[in-house]
Design a protein around this ligand. Structure first.
Ligand code: CU
Length: 118
């Protein structure tokens, strides 16, 4: 509940100060694509945002189906793109959890899955 109130407050502040939802760094697309099934293991997971993000508070976690992290840690951030390396991924389902601090100082977060084909 408290969390909901805080998010609403942030949304209001952003709408008032920066002109609305456009000012947030929302995930525009990802590679591997959100919800996709790919053949062959990716060497990295790349996220493309709608706005430039700050490297200091932007994180990407890639988890296997057992919940263990398979990413290399700190993402590389350049403009609107954040990328993290992953270890060689065996077939299975993976979850990407991201968190981004946009240049307007608002934090956004989300998660999605992808599958490496058997
Ligand atoms: Cu914002």
């Amino acid at each position: 509940m408290r969390r909901t109130i805080i998010s609403m407050l942030l949304a209001c502040l952003c709408a008032g100060v920066a002109g609305g939802a456009r000012a947030h760094a929302i995930l525009e697309h990802a590679d591997p694509r959100v919800g996709s099934t790919i053949s062959g293991a990716p060497s990295a997971v790349s996220l493309y945002f709608t706005q430039e993000v700050e490297s200091s508070f932007t994180s990407i976690e890639v988890l296997n189906s057992a919940g263990a992290r398979v990413d290399s840690g700190k993402p590389r951030v350049s403009g609107t793109t954040a990328q993290v390396g992953v270890e060689p991924l065996p077939p299975g389902h993976y979850t990407v959890r991201w968190r981004a601090l946009s240049v307007d100082s608002h934090t956004t977060q989300g998660s999605f899955g992808f599958d490496v084909q058997r």
